[in-house]
Ligand binder design. Sequence first.
Ligand code: GRF
Length: 206
Amino acid sequence: MMRRLGILLSGRGSNFEAIADHIDRNELDAQIAVVISNVSQAPGLEKARQRGLEATFIGSKGLPREEFDRRLVASLEERQVDLVCLAGFMRLLSPYFIKSFPHRILNIHPSLLPSFPGLNAQRQALEYGVKYTGCTVHFVDESLDSGPIILQAVVPVLDTDTEETLSARILAEEHKIYSKAIRLVLDNQIRVDGRHVVEVAANPGH
Ligand code: GRF
């Protein structure tokens, strides 16, 4: 049964922690096989170690993108990871990486894609003046924040919001929908049909 997660992060790691909390509370039947960061001082790495999880730094400095990605893939394969979860991982993945885990890489983004891809999505939403924004869990393809969408949550933008207050309200939803999306994928409860991710009946074998 495929249940081993590999988490890639570059920073704080609150989405990683939310996933680990869901697992600890038996709300997500999976295990975190490894947490990998391209930033040696990423707080998320330290949080992973404190939880007794394997946490690894793989440096990207001076390496061509594909060479770095080959190291990442080798590390993930060595731990027999079934599903790769990007959780604030600030690098674009190469075609080599994407092909190594077909429909087995998820990302979370703090906007309602396809609005506001890229950096500072919450600030982009505030500056644009939208009344609602939110977060998106999607499969990762070779472009930035562009793969088929698994789940989204809507968050209202208040007149009084700052980037910080809006980000915090979105983050609370990120922490809920990421584990929910992982569960849908692990339980084979979704089917990908082009850009469309369709929910199907639960597979009784899982
Ligand atoms: C989150 O807002 C996530 O949506 C984006 O990067 C941020 C990571 O936060 N991709 P954290 O490291 O999980 O706390």
